[in-house]
Ligand binder design. Structure first.
Ligand SMILES: *[C@@H]1O[C@H](CO)[C@@H](O)[C@H](O)[C@H]1NC(C)=O
Ligand SMILES: *[C@@H]1O[C@H](CO)[C@@H](O)[C@H](O)[C@H]1NC(C)=O
Length: 353
């Protein structure tokens, strides 16, 4: 069965998406912006990281000593159409008087940071104001009255300190109160769901009336996403708010996935994988996310960056990160770099409508 079975499933799903227009985004002409390949483009990167005054050390690979530069030079080319080049002024004009918020973990921070650098370097003379803190970081462009925020929230659902310890509540989503009234919301979650031991920020999981020490993490993730989906279905007015979900950003910690030895990692990778297919296949968490988005009533656009990012084994900080890290970072992305393309795609989806 193998191939022909999976191909017919894919075709069936593609048809389903096109008919319902949810989950994945297709342009009017049927072009899937997320299907394509990386091409060398000498006009890239979109900005010099040294000109972005608020870039975090953990993403600032060039300044941290990364010597190779090819990874900066790739542009995402959809197979069926061309992407509009990012226009920072147009982006801010369209958002005039509005607010945009990334809600999620440090991959969400990675994308927010990329967008702030893209906008500042596109409009270096536009006054701005930046507030960084643990909970919410805000970049404001007062002359456009635009607010771009990042709210750190790794699970989307709540973690509450109780007598027994820290409880991760799969059915409770108090943070939703802070998302009301935002014009553009871009969520992400996954990477913290796999943590165990000291990196795990909870002691128990509450699932309905059941409180357990642990459970299958993909199952927990799906339950939490369903809680999030119910929140969106109940609280978002689609004529006022656009909702996006960032697809699952891939790690490159195991070379087996792309046909190298299992000992190889993102370290020393200087070129993307050419073509459109990642040998390692789709991440299970991505499948869970897509399943939940398909079940929703309100329109949510999947910012479907999973596969295109899988092709970028060269895009991680590796040993040139160090934002409080020691050693190898094959999860986050250098800036300038791959998240700039996530924002080019976000821009494309925003202007499509
Ligand atoms: C995309 O751009 C290339 C180069 O400018 C052009 O040759 C091609 O016709 C364009 N494709 C579409 C679908 O617009
Ligand atoms: C939880 O327990 C209460 C009282 O025992 C019950 O009424 C309720 O239906 C239960 N909820 C779930 C989700 O099982």
């Amino acid at each position: 069965m193998g191939w022909s079975f999976s191909i017919s499933v894919v075709l069936f799903l593609a048809l389903l998406f096109q008919i319902h227009g949810s989950g994945r985004s297709f342009a009017e002409n049927g072009c899937d912006l997320f299907q394509g390949s990386w091409v060398y483009d000498d006009s890239y990167p979109l900005y010099e990281s040294s000109l972005c005054p608020f870039i975090e050390k953990q993403f600032d690979c060039r300044n941290n000593g990364r010597p190779d530069k090819f990874y900066l030079k790739y542009r995402w080319q959809p197979t069926g159409c061309n992407l509009t080049r990012f226009n920072g002024e147009d982006f801010l004009m369209r958002l005039k008087g509005k607010s945009l918020m990334f809600v999620g973990d440090s991959l969400s921070l990675n994308q927010w940071q990329s967008l702030t650098c893209m906008l500042h370097t596109a409009l270096p003379h536009a006054p701005y104001n930046i507030v960084r803190n643990e909970g919410v970081s805000i970049l404001t462009f007062p002359s456009y009255n635009v607010k771009l925020m990042f709210s750190r929230n790794a699970f989307l659902v709540d973690i509450v300190g109780e007598k027994i310890g820290r409880v991760l509540k799969l059915d409770s989503i108090e943070a939703g109160e802070t998302w009301k009234g935002i014009d553009v919301l871009i969520f992400d979650s996954w990477h913290w769901w796999v943590h165990t031991g000291r990196k795990q920020p909870w002691d128990f999981i509450q699932d309905g009336n059941r409180t357990v020490r642990d459970m299958d993490r993909l199952v927990a993730y799906e339950k939490a996403l369903n809680t999030w989906a119910k929140w969106v279905d109940a609280n978002v007015n689609p004529t006022q708010t656009r909702v996006f979900f960032q697809g699952v950003s891939p790690d490159h910690a195991n070379g087996h996935e792309w046909g190298a030895s299992a000992a190889s990692t993102c370290e020393g990778q200087t070129r993307p994988i050419l073509g459109s297919r990642y040998p390692g296949g789709t991440q299970p968490a991505e499948l869970v996310l897509e399943k939940v988005l398909r079940s929703m009533q309100k329109p949510v656009s999947l910012l479907d960056i999973a596969t295109l990012s899988q092709l970028r084994k060269d895009g991680h900080p590796s040993v040139y990160g160090f934002g409080g890290y020691r050693g190898l970072d094959c999860s986050h992305w250098c800036l300038a770099g791959v998240p700039d393309t996530w924002n080019v795609l976000l821009y494309a989806l925003l202007i499509q409508k």
